[in-house]
Write a protein that binds this ligand. Structure first.
Ligand SMILES: [Ca+2]
Length: 291
């Protein structure tokens, strides 16, 4: 009620905001247009690449916590089961300590020991690549500039009774996300963060973005950015201007974390609201101000 009626053709759900009319016209003739990589053209002439969205009832539940890369077992305080030792990474909480598997020889810096029969085996922690003993950090992400389209990113969305303006696409070389009131969209990916040995003077998570909010956001909205437990958001609206988000990261051991952009059109559905985010150039960089 009071909401713009949009085509219910599922093929239109992932189209660009700017292609609303084209999508609507094609509704009757589109057949087998199921490719998630269908290319469209925006008003500026640049091509948009729609990203595949998983439609869910609870966006939060759909966004998984990544495995942090340390195969561990719990142990009573001060003790660990045979074949394990107290973790240097995790402190004890109350009566429970965290124990790591033992490898002989030890896995070396940036290596982790995985339980296997007959002998445990070493591998690089997921924040690094290579062979144990020579594990190297290869940057925060394999697709930081979106040159590989939507690769490495996942998308979960919930939409109200009139499915429509939930957009996840690569547009103008960056990630473009858009929702209207009463809809919710999360874009998430795993970010690799190195240890202090890699960036000894301090490090920050940075990305470029534009955030435009048209309408009055409701409580809890409109945009949350989270690097699980490290904090990033909220972002300030920039209108059409490009801005940089910069968040200091505590470095000790290397880790992987889920970076999530969650757009949420909270509030009364009849009140118009548009949330439009564009993100590019994701990186973890040296930053002396974060030391
Ligand atoms: Ca780019």
């Amino acid at each position: 009620m009071g909401k713009t009626s949009l085509p219910s053709n599922p093929g239109c759900l992932q189209q660009s905001l700017y292609d609303r009319d084209v999508c609507s016209e094609e509704e009757t003739s589109s057949e087998a247009e199921t490719s998630s990589e269908a290319e469209t053209s925006s008003e500026t002439g640049s091509e948009a690449l729609a990203c595949p969205i998983e439609w869910v009832f609870f966006v939060d539940n759909a966004v998984p916590q990544p495995d942090d890369g340390y195969p561990i077992v719990p142990g009573p305080f001060g003790e660990c089961p045979e074949g394990t030792e107290l973790s240097e990474v995790y402190p004890c909480f109350g009566d429970i300590c965290t124990c790591e598997h033992l490898c002989d020889p030890e896995c070396g810096p940036r290596g982790v020991c995985h339980p296997e029969e007959p002998d445990n085996t070493c591998a690089c922690h997921p924040a690094y690549a290579g062979e144990p003993g020579a594990c190297a950090w290869e940057g925060a992400h394999d697709n930081p500039d979106f040159e590989a389209g939507c690769e490495g990113w996942s998308f979960a969305a919930f939409t109200g009774t009139e499915p429509g303006q939930v957009v996840a696409e690569v547009l103008d070389g960056g990630l473009h996300l858009h929702v209207e009131r009463c809809e919710e969209l999360a874009a998430y990916t795993t970010v690799r963060v190195p240890d202090a040995m890699e960036l000894p003077e301090g490090a920050a998570l940075v990305f470029d973005y534009r955030l435009e909010i048209i309408g009055e956001p409701g409580n809890g909205g409109p945009l949350d950015v989270d690097l699980s437990n490290e904090g990033v958001g909220p972002l300030e609206a920039t209108g059409g201007e490009l801005a940089e988000s910069r968040t200091c990261l505590p470095l000790s051991y290397g880790f992987t974390r889920q970076l999530e952009f969650r757009l949420w059109g909270a509030g009364v559905c009849a009140d118009p609201l548009e949330i439009d985010l564009w993100v590019d150039t994701l990186a973890v960089v040296a930053d002396p101000n974060c030391g």
